[in-house]
Design a protein around this ligand. Structure first.
Ligand SMILES: Cc1ncc(COP(=O)(O)O)c(C=O)c1O
Length: 450
C-alpha cells in the first residue's frame, strides 16, 4: 500500500482517504421529513475534524502534545485572554477553576473550608459540586425570568463580611448574566469571580465601553466541549484566565498538583531541576516530582485537541447560526407570548448571546402546562430539555444537607428557581438546525398551546 513512499507521503495518502471517507459516509445531511426526530443539539463537523483526529492518532503521541498547544493558544486568542489550559471536561474545568482559588499561595484571598461562595440553584450541578466537595458553603440566590440568571439585587444580602470569597455562576444557556453588576460587586469586596462559560462560548458583553467575550471578564472562565455544546471534541473542557499566577495554579491542579511546569515529555526547562529546596524535602530533590497542591490528572488527549483545533476554525459561523435560529424561534413564538401563554428568553442588557438553547417558561394559569407541552413535543419527535437541575437544592444529592440545614445557605427565596423547575423547558438552536426543522418546532409549540 505504501510502496516507495516515505512516512510523510504515506500519511498524506491516508489522510486524503480519510477525507474522502468522511465526505462519503458522514456528510450526508438528510432532508427533513415531518416526524423525523429533531434533536436539541448535535455535533457539526466535516472532514477537517476527522482528518485532524486521524493525523493525531497516526502520530500516536496520545497525551497532550502539539495539537493541545495549538488549541490552547488559539482558544485563548479567540476569548481574548492570556492563558488557557485544556482539560477533559467542563466539569473538570469547574473543578480546576474552583480549586485554584483554594491555593495557599493566594494568601488571605484564598477560599478556605467553611468560606462562602455565592451561586445559583437553577443550573448545572457541577458548577456547584466543587464548592461542596471542598467543604466551602454555596450560598444560593434566586434568578430572574426571562434572563434565567442571578438576581443581582440579592448580591449584597448574600454577602458575609470575611466569609464570602467568590461568586461562581454560569451564563445560562448562552445568555450572559449581568456581568457589569456582578464584576462591580466582586471588585468592591475584593472577591473572585468564576464565569462558568460552558453554555455560552461566543457570547459577548459590553463592559466599561469594551465588548468582551464571556469567560474573559471574571478571574477565571471555563468551557465544555461535550458534543451538545457550542463546539465539541467528544469530551473536553478549558480553564482560562488573564492572571499568570492563577494560570500556574490551575495547571498545577490539572497536572497532579505538581510544582514543575514542563509539558509532557519535557525535562528541566527552567534549568533548575536538581538545585532547589522545596518544603522539607532534601536540597536538589527532582523538581519534576515536587507537589505544591493536592491535585488531579484532568488533562485531555491530543486527539481531542486535534478535533477542537478544526472546530475552532468553524466557530464564528456556528455562533452566527445560533443567533439566527434564536431570532427565528423568537419571532415565530412571539404571538404566544403576547397572549400570555409563554415567556420567551431575552438577552441580558449590554449582551449579544451565543445561545445554547431556546428556553421557554409556560403559563399554567393560561392552561399551558410544561409537562403536557413537553410530552406533546416529544411525541412529535421534537427533543426537549429541562434547565438541567431546575432547583439543585431539591435533588437527592441534597437530601442529607437538607435534613440538617447545614453546608449551604439560601438567601431570600428561590421562587423563580422553583418556577423554572416546574414550568420551563428548552429546545435546540444548534447550527445544524435548518428552517424546516425550526418551522416544525414552532408549529408544534403553537399546537401544544392550543
Ligand atoms: C453550565 C454547565 N457547566 C458545566 C457543565 C459540565 O460540562 P461537561 O459535560 O463537559 O462536564 C455543563 C454541561 O452541560 C453545563 O451546562
Amino acid at each position: 500500500m505504501f510502496e516507495g513512499m516515505n512516512e510523510e507521503q504515506a500519511r498524506k495518502k491516508i489522510l486524503e482517504e480519510v477525507a474522502e471517507y468522511c465526505n462519503e459516509f458522514h456528510n450526508t445531511k438528510k432532508e427533513y421529513k415531518e416526524g423525523d426526530r429533531i434533536s436539541y443539539a448535535s455535533r457539526v463537523y466535516d472532514s477537517d475534524e476527522m482528518v485532524n483526529l486521524v493525523d493525531s492518532s497516526l502520530e500516536f503521541w496520545l497525551t497532550s502534545g502539539r495539537y493541545t498547544a495549538e488549541f490552547e493558544k488559539e482558544f485563548a486568542k479567540y476569548i481574548g485572554v492570556k492563558f488557557c489550559s485544556l482539560v477533559n471536561s467542563g466539569s473538570s474545568a469547574n473543578l480546576v477553576a474552583f480549586m485554584t482559588l483554594t491555593s495557599p499561595s493566594l494568601g488571605d484571598r484564598r477560599v478556605k473550608r467553611g468560606d462562602e461562595v455565592i451561586t445559583v440553584a437553577a443550573g448545572f450541578p457541577t458548577t456547584v459540586a466543587p464548592i461542596i466537595q471542598y467543604g466551602a458553603v454555596p450560598v444560593f440566590v434566586d434568578v430572574t425570568i426571562p434572563q434565567y440568571n442571578i438576581d443581582v439585587n440579592m448580591l449584597e444580602e448574600a454577602y458575609s463580611e470575611g466569609k464570602t470569597k467568590a461568586v461562581m455562576i454560569a451564563h445560562t444557556l448562552g445568555n450572559p448574566f449581568d456581568l457589569g453588576a456582578v464584576k462591580a460587586f466582586c471588585d468592591k469586596h475584593d472577591i473572585w469571580l468564576i464565569e462558568d462559560n460552558c453554555d455560552a462560548l461566543g457570547s459577548q458583553y459590553k463592559i466599561n465601553g469594551e465588548t468582551k467575550f464571556t469567560g474573559g471578564v471574571g478571574d477565571i472562565g471555563t468551557s465544555s466541549f461535550y458534543p451538545p455544546h457550542h463546539m465539541t471534541m467528544g469530551e473536553g473542557g478549558a480553564v482560562y484566565t488573564n492572571d499568570p499566577i492563577l494560570n500556574k495554579i490551575a495547571r498545577s491542579f490539572r497536572d497532579w498538583g505538581r510544582d514543575c511546569v514542563c509539558v509532557s515529555g519535557q525535562d528541566n526547562m527552567c534549568g533548575h531541576r536538581f538545585d532547589r529546596q522545596y518544603g522539607e524535602l532534601p536540597l536538589g530533590y527532582d523538581h519534576k516530582y515536587v507537589y505544591s497542591h493536592f491535585g488531579y490528572n484532568l488533562k485531555a488527549t491530543d486527539m481531542q485537541a486535534a478535533v477542537g483545533c478544526a472546530q475552532l476554525k468553524k466557530f464564528p459561523n456556528f455562533v452566527k447560526k445560533r443567533r439566527e435560529n434564536y431570532a427565528y424561534l423568537y419571532n415565530a413564538l412571539k404571538p404566544l407570548e403576547d397572549e400570555g401563554k409563554l415567556i420567551l428568553p431575552i438577552p441580558c442588557e449590554n449582551s449579544d448571546p451565543s445561545w445554547f438553547g431556546f428556553l421557554i417558561t409556560c403559563n399554567p394559569d393560561k392552561g399551558v402546562k410544561r409537562n403536557d407541552v413537553v410530552k406533546f413535543l416529544e411525541d412529535r419527535g421534537v427533543q426537549t430539555r429541562m434547565l438541567f437541575a431546575g432547583n439543585l437544592t431539591k435533588h437527592p444529592c441534597f437530601d442529607e444537607m437538607r435534613k440538617t440545614g447545614e453546608g449551604y445557605r439560601i438567601v431570600g427565596d428561590l421562587k423563580n428557581t422553583d418556577r423554572i423547575m416546574n414550568d420551563s423547558f428548552w429546545i435546540g438552536v444548534y447550527p445544524g438546525m435548518d428552517e424546516p426543522r425550526l418551522k416544525y418546532m414552532a408549529e408544534s409549540i403553537r399546537k401544544a398551546c392550543e
